[in-house]
Write a protein that binds this ligand. Structure first.
Ligand SMILES: C[S@@+](CC[C@H](N)C(=O)[O-])C[C@H]1O[C@@H](n2cnc3c(N)ncnc32)[C@H](O)[C@@H]1O
Length: 249
């Protein structure tokens, strides 16, 4: 299993490039119906956009993350004493003290799905909920998606957060599946030029560890295809969804 991907390098552009607080509200709306009342821990809370929206819905929310620069934003959003710098595989919480543990687009960057889910199960109280949004991600077809097909296949091939992996981790940790659903569609806009720029800036964590040969053979041709599309500055709809898995202890 690879190292966790810590987001220090993108903390200052994270919200602007991933939908910001509007995405946080949408994600919170999608998962809030699965939570039980009480203390809710978001593991890998990032800049806190989802956690803040859960807090605004009335939940008592705390968060942990490995990245200090990401956490600085979460601390500002959630208020004093609400966040801590910690690894998902060693949570600074006593066993059986948390009502909900939430992973939002986190297991694929944590990498060690089994370790993170086991640690979540440890801190959950009996009857508590684990809610995870995870892969595979699916984006509705556009010319951008056609241009990115090989890159998307590469991303899928290295993703550790498949439903099978999440299920195996949960079963090993003594959790039972309550439900698995497809998330409500996330709706953004993106142009071929913006996609190409984002890839070249390595905004997306799956690009961070690619070797030079893969960059040359897969990434550069994808960027060239994007830049060759007609009207490269014209935004296209970017509609995507992921899996939502709900477990109980
Ligand atoms: C894609 S961001 C998601 C942040 C937030 N959940 C959201 O939806 O906006 C993934 C986060 O996981 C954090 N992370 C990666 N590995 C971690 C680990 N082992 N323990 C805690 N956080 C980790 C990164 O630093 C980053 O902030």
């Amino acid at each position: 299993m690879g190292q966790p991907r810590v987001f220090d390098r993108v903390a200052e552009v994270y919200d602007a490039t991933r939908g910001g607080e509007q995405r946080g509200v949408q994600v919170a709306e999608d998962i809030v119906g699965w939570l039980v009342p009480g203390l809710t821990l978001e593991v890998a809370v990032g800049t806190g956009v989802v956690a803040a929206a859960l807090q605004a819905s009335g939940y008592d929310v705390v968060g942990v993350d490995l990245s200090g620069p990401m956490l600085a934003h979460a601390a500002r959003r959630l208020g004093p004493g609400r966040v801590a710098r910690a690894d998902a595989r060693a949570l600074p919480l006593a066993s059986s003290t948390v009502d909900n543990v939430v992973f939002v687009h986190a297991l694929h960057v944590i990498g060690d799905v089994a370790g993170a889910v086991a640690e979540a199960a440890r801190v959950l109280r009996p009857g508590g909920r684990l809610v995870a949004r995870h892969g595979p991600w699916r984006r509705e077809p556009t010319d951008i998606q056609d241009a990115l097909a090989r890159l998307t296949a590469l991303k899928d091939a290295q993703a550790p957060d498949t439903p099978a992996a999440v299920d195996a981790a949960a079963a090993a940790a003594g959790l039972s599946l309550v439900a698995r659903t497809t998330s409500r569609p996330a709706r953004f806009e993106s142009s071929p030029a913006a996609e190409a720029d984002g890839i070249e800036r390595r905004l997306w964590s799956f690009l961070w560890d690619l070797d030079d040969a893969t960059w040359r053979d897969v990434v550069e041709p994808a960027v060239a295809r994007l830049r060759a599309l007609p009207d490269p500055d014209r935004p296209r709809p970017d509609v995507s969804h992921c899996q939502v898995s709900i477990f109980t202890r």
